[in-house]
Design a protein around this ligand. Sequence first.
Ligand code: CP
Length: 335
Amino acid sequence: MTRWSHRHVLDLAAFSSHDYATVLELASRFHALPTAGARRLPALQGRLVTTLFFEPSTRTRSSFELAARRLSADVQSFSPASSALSKGESLLDTARTYVAMGSDVLVVRHSCAGVPAALARDLDQAGERVAVLNAGDGLHSHPSQALLDLFTLARHFAPEAPSPEALRGRRIVIVGDVLHSRVARSNLWALSACGAEVVLCGPATLLPQSFADFVAAPPPGQEHDPIAQRGSVRLERRLEDALPGADAVMTLRLQKERMRQHLITSLESYHRSYGLNHQRLELCGKPVPVLHPGPVNRGVELSGPLLDDSSCSLVEEQVRNGIPVRMALLYLLNG
Ligand code: CP
């Protein structure tokens, strides 16, 4: 089953249909394992996974660390505030220090787009065998989040056999701050690769028209698209136009920390136009699941009652699914 060609996982634009199927199949197997009793698999015994997070995280970091432990890997955790970075050590030298201690996988998050890829290139050039896994870089990419979103949707549509095919022809509406969202960008590659119809919805300040062509060509530096035919991408400005016919709705966090100008009038006006609640969700015309990568601005992107309603909110399910998906990625990168 497993034919895996990636030394690093940096961006889903390079993923083939087989790659998505492999990750989902492995994640399904790990998901089916009991979570009590003998929880650890020996697969990565003797391996060392290092989490290098230069930006805050609750979900991604803990989930990778738990995933590594469930595969019996040793785990090392780096915190910038208490590190030698403050004494002037460079990011590359910091990474090489962990590699010298025997790290097999560096899980890297950074506020600047391209840092994990630059580290991977420099470490490759230095002849190091370590794998780099992008845990979110600036506005660019968050591959493991999009893969766990894909797994969550595939499990929702085809619980017995979650695969990329479960997404074919499904209309997935992504609402909100697309401009600042690495999650939306990675989901655009993943969902379109699986043949979904993606509808992006938001005001022009948070959703530039150029996103309609986001997956039309591979990103700079990548020669060809491994997907022969991608699903469609459409933009809508009003939630009332985006929701009818949707099969799932993914809401995005308003990333106030990345906004350099006032791009919305107020949080209240944003919620009035783009916030999701039970009443709005009825515009879909049928019961549909709601996703959010977290952290949620409660009462802004999602009303509190909708967020807490487990009959339609998959937010906690996404968190749970992050563990088997990240186990799959760590397993694959460790050959
Ligand atoms: N979704 C996500 O990346 O959450 P964290 O910032 O908590 O890791």
